[in-house]
Design a protein around this ligand. Structure first.
Ligand code: NAD
Ligand code: G6P
Ligand code: MN
Ligand code: MN
Length: 430
């Protein structure tokens, strides 16, 4: 008898997670699925919740879907809690994108100053959710997608007793791309993936025991750049890819091609709005579709969102834990010595073996210089972001921005003051 609570159930991604549970019903018989939201999300929850109910009815599975604004009721005795909430909704995201741009810094919701702002808003809420889990379902697994996923997962590990695994769809996109360019079945490859969330490298792609990274890189050089839906497809450059000889993640463009990306963001903001503004439109269209009482499945248009596949990955991960499968997943876990040049309690994104005890990162060779320095800096930025988010530590927040390579240090103070001022309603810790 499995009970699942989805926090942020009014998300437009919910039909994907429902589809994921329907597909796996035989191996993962979910009996109760709670979709939880807050007052502001009530209308979305109602629309997507009704679609979810139509989906399970059509599929003929016995998943009892419950819609609620009562988080405690949903969390009580849950086996798995998944988090896909957005503190401050899309308007806060749009501010995260626009404030840094004012200072000529990258304006992105997870990477750079925007990511810090999102972390500061989200950490108090996730700690609150964890208190409920500690009290009402201490054995539950928390599967976190809420961004910045790595930082949020790290805050949970450092400051609560909750068992937590962080998730992102970028590694899956990298896996799919690799299978596609190699023209092999996606189940026949495995990636040696290592780094931090949204700063992860595919160090190798293994097909039938053989390294195929050279071939993948060659295709990237001659072919398209590959990206996620939310990141402009700017060409990486031949020399960069050849000398890296690893598969960068789409978010690496912000670090490797900063000026070009900034220019692109500024032009895009003028032309059609920031990504958050575009998503607002996509979301409106999606909810119009969801309202149709004849719709009984996940619509194709959901693929216009950057997070495609991530709910499916969550269901697969939950099934691997529940069924003690011992399968491979790319997830965010405590480092515990895997990467020897950062602390044990940092959270990393890594190829992991998953069974009923959770996700176990595979051993890794030491990192080469070309990726080590950047990873160390961003890791320490993340540690500072956690301290700032948990304790409302202004100095930690300021130093987080100062050491961040995407923030010009001399403007860090003014930028931070703007972030705090604009988000003050969501920053009880400050
Ligand atoms: P969204 O704006 O649709 O928000 C989802 C729901 O969260 C909304 O219905 C909202 O009302 C609700 N919400 C806000 N605050 C809440 C709270 N305190 N408790 C419960 N519910 C609350 O967001 P979305 O676009 O579906 O994304 C949701 C989150 O997942 C974001 O943080 C986003 O960055 C993240 N995300 C992560 C990945 C990944 O790869 N890890 C992929 C996609 C989305
Ligand atoms: C994916 C990232 C997610 C992010 C999403 C944004 O690439 O892995 O972490 O939330 O894109 O997509 P959106 O459609 O909201 O811009
Ligand atoms: Mn992600
Ligand atoms: Mn870290």
């Amino acid at each position: 008898k499995i009970k699942i609570a989805v926090i942020g159930g009014g998300s437009s991604y919910t039909p994907e997670i429902i589809e994921g549970f329907i597909k796996r019903y035989d191996e993962l018989p979910v009996e109760e699925l709670y979709l939880v939201d807050i007052e502001e999300g009530k209308e979305k929850l109602d629309i997507v919740g009704k679609l979810a109910k139509r989906m399970v009815k059509k599929a003929g599975v016995n998943i009892n879907i419950k819609l609620t604004l009562d988080r405690k009721e949903a969390i009580k005795d849950a086996d798995f809690v998944t988090t896909q909430f957005r503190v401050g909704l899309l308007d806060a995201r749009i501010r995260d994108e626009k404030i840094p741009l004012k200072y000529n810094c990258i304006g992105q919701e997870t990477t750079g100053a925007g990511g810090l702002a999102k972390a500061l808003r989200t950490i108090p809420v996730i700690l609150d959710i964890c208190k409920d889990i500690e009290e009402l379902s201490p054995n539950a697994w928390l599967i976190n997608f809420t961004n910045p996923s790595g930082i949020i997962t790290e805050a949970v590990h450092k400051y609560t007793k909750v068992k937590c695994i962080g998730l992102c769809n970028v590694p899956i996109l990298m896996h799919m791309l690799s299978a596609e360019v190699l023209n092999v079945d996606k189940d026949d490859i495995r990636m040696d993936l290592i780094g931090l969330n949204h700063l992860v490298w595919g160090r190798d792609v293994i097909y039938k025991g053989e390294s195929k990274i050279d071939e993948v890189i060659k295709h990237l050089i001659v072919g398209k750049g590959y990206t996620a839906k939310n990141i402009p497809d700017i060409n990486w450059g031949k020399e960069l890819l050849e000398s890296l000889n690893m598969l960068p993640c789409p978010y690496h463009r912000y670090y490797y091609l900063t000026d070009i990306m900034l220019k692109e963001e500024l032009e895009m903001a003028k032309r059609e709005g920031t990504r958050g503004e575009i998503v607002k439109k996509i979301e409106k269209e999606l909810f119009e579709l969801y309202k149709n009482p004849n719709l009984e499945e996940k619509p194709k248009q959901l693929e216009d969102r950057g997070g495609q596949y991530y709910s499916d990955a969550a269901c697969e991960l939950i099934s691997a834990i529940y069924n003690d499968k011992g399968t491979i997943h790319y997830v965010n876990v405590q480092n515990n010595g895997t990467i020897n040049c950062i602390p044990n309690d940092s959270v990393i994104e890594r190829t992991c073996y998953v069974d009923k005890e959770g996700a176990h990162p595979l051993n890794a060779k030491p990192l080469p210089s070309k990726i080590k320095g950047l990873l160390q800096v961003i890791n320490e930025y993340e540690a500072l972001a956690v301290e700032a988010g948990v304790h409302g530590d202004y100095g930690a927040a300021l130093q987080a921005l100062i050491i961040h390579p995407l923030v010009e240090s001399s403007i860090a103070k003014n930028l931070l003051d703007d972030i705090i001022k604009e988000n003050i309603d969501y920053l009880p810790q400050f």
